[in-house]
Design a protein around this ligand. Structure first.
Ligand code: SF4
Length: 360
């Protein structure tokens, strides 16, 4: 990969990094994305959506969300269920809960005006230093650096920095380096910040970086030494535990029973299927509510979270008649199975609801 790339000292990159990046972004970077605006509300929304989510999906969700919540005031005033429903399918739902809380904080503490200082933006729930810096750079041309996963990849490769970037010491070194690389001219901050994002996303990709198209190639340590596959240093291996759950697919005609999860924890505040310890408990669930049949369980499948693997056994139950006690239960509701997947439900539950709609 490094064969035809001229050798240069990485030091060269320190002073030329920003000018190279800005020139490259203007010529080859991404332009015309709907969030390339100076309205901090729109930039903030895009930054939160883009954490953990591909641009392609965000391009779908972003306009829908903005059409319903065009400004921070409308988002702050909305019921949480409406926010969750529009987020449904994007995953990492704490982002949506924090977005909602942050909008309320902008209204209550900043008089409805989005704060401009990085330290103040960083006080909003769900906003870390890198996101606050992106808003500061894009909307207020502040000389603040972002440092997300893509930028860490570019910097560790360009400057040959070993060690897992999630380690505190390595991360601190990367922040200091990223700050030193900022352009002197603050008016270049939007193009520079977009350039960092674009280079990491489109050229210096995880699997196959396109070094020949990269403006840093002649000074990049990883390209020169053929180390793009080993930088950034991967996270030290650790096994994650497996948990099992049985998800009850209780149907009554073309209706399905969903319950709202507690506000905190995994899938907090979303509608979901009841969970049982075992398929045997489905008999008890049914007996407590009416007459019907426990049907054969569907094949189990896995959903992987950061900290554990959840093995889900879907257990269908058909209720033919209610005993009357079910109606008094709180926290749950019968929903039309053909529309249930459109409510704010977690991704694996949506998948099961779509299968159920086909099966009954
Ligand atoms: S694309 Fe290649 S040359 Fe450019 S920063 Fe990444 S590894 Fe270095």
């Amino acid at each position: 990969m490094s064969g035809s790339i001229a050798v240069a000292e990485p030091q060269i990159l320190h002073s030329s990094f920003a000018p190279r990046l800005v020139a490259w972004q203007q010529a080859f970077g991404r332009h015309g994305l709907p969030w390339q605006v100076s309205d901090p509300y729109r930039v903030w929304l895009s930054e939160i959506m883009l954490q953990q989510t591909q641009v392609k999906s965000v391009l779908e969700y972003y306009p829908r969300f903005l059409a319903r919540f065009p400004d921070v005031a409308s988002l702050a005033a909305a019921p949480q269920e409406d926010v969750m429903a529009l987020w449904s399918g994007l995953g990492y739902y704490s982002r949506a809960r924090n977005l909602h809380k942050a909008a309320q904080m902008v209204m209550a503490e900043f008089g409805g005006v989005f704060p401009s200082a990085r330290a103040e933006i960083e006080r909003l729930p769900g906003v870390g230093r890198s996101t606050a810096a992106a808003i500061g750079a894009f909307c207020f041309s502040q000389r603040e650096t972002i440092l997300d996963g893509n930028v860490k990849r570019v910097l560790t490769r360009c400057f040959g920095i070993d060690g897992f970037p999630g380690d505190k010491a390595v991360e601190k070194r990367l922040w200091l380096l990223a700050e030193r690389l900022l352009p002197v001219d603050a008016t270049q901050m939007p193009a520079y910040t977009q350039g960092l994002m674009d280079l990491g996303a489109t050229v210096c990709s995880r699997g196959k970086p396109a070094c020949m198209a990269c403006p840093m190639a002649d000074g990049c340590v990883a390209a020169r030494e053929g180390r793009t596959a080993e930088l950034p240093t991967p996270r030290p291996k650790k096994t994650i535990p497996t948990r099992h759950t049985v998800m009850l697919l209780a149907s009554r005609g073309r209706q399905v029973w969903l319950e709202r999860r507690p506000p905190t924890g995994i899938w907090g505040g979303l509608l979901s299927l009841p969970e049982l310890d075992s398929s045997l408990a489905a008999e008890d669930w049914l007996a407590a509510r009416g007459v019907g049949d426990v049907l054969p369980a569907w094949p189990e499948f896995e959903h992987v979270f950061t900290h554990y693997r959840l093995v889900i056994t879907p257990q269908p139950v058909r209720l033919d008649a209610l005993s009357g006690r079910e109606a008094a239960e709180s926290g749950g509701q019968w929903l039309d199975v053909d529309h249930a997947s459109e409510a704010g439900v977690p991704a694996p539950v949506r998948r099961l609801l779509l299968q159920l709609a086909d099966a009954i």
